[in-house]
Design a protein around this ligand. Structure first.
Ligand code: NAP
Length: 286
């Protein structure tokens, strides 16, 4: 029996059949399976994932873990084994506040300690903040304080730059892949997302192009995904009611649907894909 997630993915992420023996990539003829087979045959792949505690990050950690990857997670809170059911667990969790760039060298050093010289196959810069006014409306370019501009840019833009720089050699050793999580708000004014958030995501999309260009000669691919309205804590309470009529697929997305695209970008199926920003929004950008 395949799990619900596997059915969604069109994948079978289970271990090899104990009776029939190992499932080879050729047997199943699918690039995702080929990727998984390689994980099993050679070293286990490792992922560094920011914002793993909730929402899109949580679904991403779960998916990669089910596919056999080791997940090194990074969030402000301590590891919560009840909420994050992947086996890499607390030993692979780095507690770090990404809103202060001065704390980043410590966080990077802790990630390196966890890696202990092992190659890094993927870095997912997913953590993000989208502050609103106390009554939930958007903070505009007229009403956003300098403190908010700085903290939003630190989490959403500066942390991805520094993490990728700091883990460059580990990524290079694995011919690894970076995925930056941008947003539909980076390319249009959004009814709930504020100006600092939108400009930080636009900058992150631009950074993705720059990094893809700079990292490619070292064998590292850099891509972005731009979610639209995904059902997580970051959404405003009114989002679904107000925006669904503007979404051609007539519904908000799920964190699992985003995780699957991130997984694709980090797999061998995307080995010639770099410098792109994939919209995941049910057609909202149309
Ligand atoms: N949901 C959407 O509709 C949507 C749309 C477009 C883009 N996105 C982007 O998708 C990404 C994930 O968002 P989400 O919807 O899953 O949001 P979420 O449920 O609010 O989760 C945000 C994650 O970021 C982490 N985080 C926030 N501030 C942090 C900090 N200072 N240091 C370290 N970690 C921090 C949080 O960890 P802790 O609070 O536990 O520390 C949490 O794990 C974000 O980059 C967001 O901008 C989401």
């Amino acid at each position: 029996m395949t799990t619900e997630l596997e059915a969604h993915l069109g994948l079978d992420l289970r271990n090899d059949d104990p009776v029939a023996g190992p499932r080879s990539a050729i047997d199943v003829g699918c690039p995702f399976h080929a990727d998984r087979a390689r994980v099993q045959q050679s070293e286990r792949k490792t992922l560094v994932l920011t914002g793993a505690s909730r929402g899109i990050g949580h679904a991403t950690g779960k998916l990669f873990s089910e596919a056999g990857w080791r997940v090194i997670s990074c969030a402000r809170q301590a590891f919560d084994g009840g909420r994050c059911p992947w086996e890499s667990g607390a030993d692979n969790h780095v507690q770090a506040d990404l809103s202060n760039h001065r704390l980043l060298p410590r966080a990077i050093a802790e990630v390196k300690e966890r890696l202990a010289g092992a190659p890094l196959h993927a870095l997912i810069n997913n953590a993000g903040v989208s502050p609103k006014t106390p009554n939930g409306t958007r903070l505009t370019s007229l009403t956003t304080s300098i403190e908010t501009w700085m903290s939003v840019f630190h989490v959403n833009l500066v942390a991805p730059i520094l993490l990728a720089q700091g883990l460059f050699y580990e990524l290079k050793a694995a011919s690894g892949s970076v995925v930056n999580v941008t947003s539909i708000a980076g390319s249009r004014v959004h009814p709930f997302a504020g100006s600092a958030y939108a400009t930080s995501k636009a900058a992150l999309a631009c950074l993705t192009r720059e990094m893809a260009h700079d990292y490619a000669p070292h064998g590292i691919r850099v891509n972005a995904i731009a979610p639209g309205e995904i059902k997580t804590d970051i959404l405003s309470p009114d989002t679904e009611a107000r925006l669904v009529t503007n979404i051609p697929l007539r519904r908000v997305g799920t964190p699992e649907e985003v995780a699957k695209v991130i997984f694709f970008l980090c797999s061998d199926a995307a080995s010639y894909v770099t410098g792109t920003e994939v919209p995941i929004n049910g057609g909202q950008h149309l």
